[in-house]
Design a protein around this ligand. Structure first.
Ligand SMILES: [Mg+2]
Length: 190
């Protein structure tokens, strides 16, 4: 069995790191539960282009470097490691690949067999140089994905893969055009 884990919002508490960054740089007072949509520009009250620009600044800031894991995920990760192979699957920018792999090694030293970068979002130039998660899950024979982005969960479920959607403030809505998410997507609370 191959189980894939998204990094941001699943293994790593990116929301706290992003809020710390944005509150310091843009004089806001955002809290964890204020991030009620995956697209951060909505919480930041700026355009999508400006939101993408701010994310690029965040990726190269010390707030990104200092991101901490969600400790409750550690037991989940180690239990799946006993069932088969665990991999990470992230859509962070390609330039953050080495740093991301080191982060995984630091906080989950024995739990992951490989790290994959899929390049769905945050590529900075609109170019996708890696396959997206749904394609990657299919090509790699992933059986189950742990994910926090509801749109990605739907795309992966459409590939006949099971998805564990970790309950977060930013995935408690139904995406446009989707009235019934999927019987392959299971919401879990940790
Ligand atoms: Mg994520």
């Amino acid at each position: 069995m191959i189980t894939a884990f998204d990094i941001d919002g699943v293994l790593a508490d990116c929301a706290t790191a992003i809020n710390n960054f944005h509150n310091a740089m843009f004089n806001t007072n955002l809290k964890y539960d204020d991030l009620t949509h995956y697209d951060l520009h909505r919480a930041w009250k700026c355009s999508p282009t400006e939101g993408a620009r701010r994310m690029e600044v965040f990726f190269d800031s010390h707030y990104f470097d200092e991101m901490l894991p969600y400790h409750r995920m550690k037991g989940v990760v180690s239990s799946y490691a006993k069932k088969g192979k665990n991999v990470t699957m992230t859509s962070r920018p390609p330039r953050k690949e080495t740093q991301s792999n080191l982060w995984v090694k630091r906080y989950y030293p024995k739990d992951f067999y490989a790290n994959y970068h899929t390049g769905d979002k945050y590529d900075g130039k609109g170019e996708c140089i890696y396959p997206n998660k749904a394609v990657a899950c299919k090509e790699l024979g992933v059986d189950l994905l742990f994910e926090d982005c509801i749109e990605t969960a739907v795309k992966v479920a459409e590939m006949k893969k099971d998805v564990m959607l970790i309950d977060r403030p930013w995935n408690r809505y139904t995406p446009d055009g989707v009235t019934r998410i999927s019987d392959r997507i299971f919401r879990i609370y940790l």
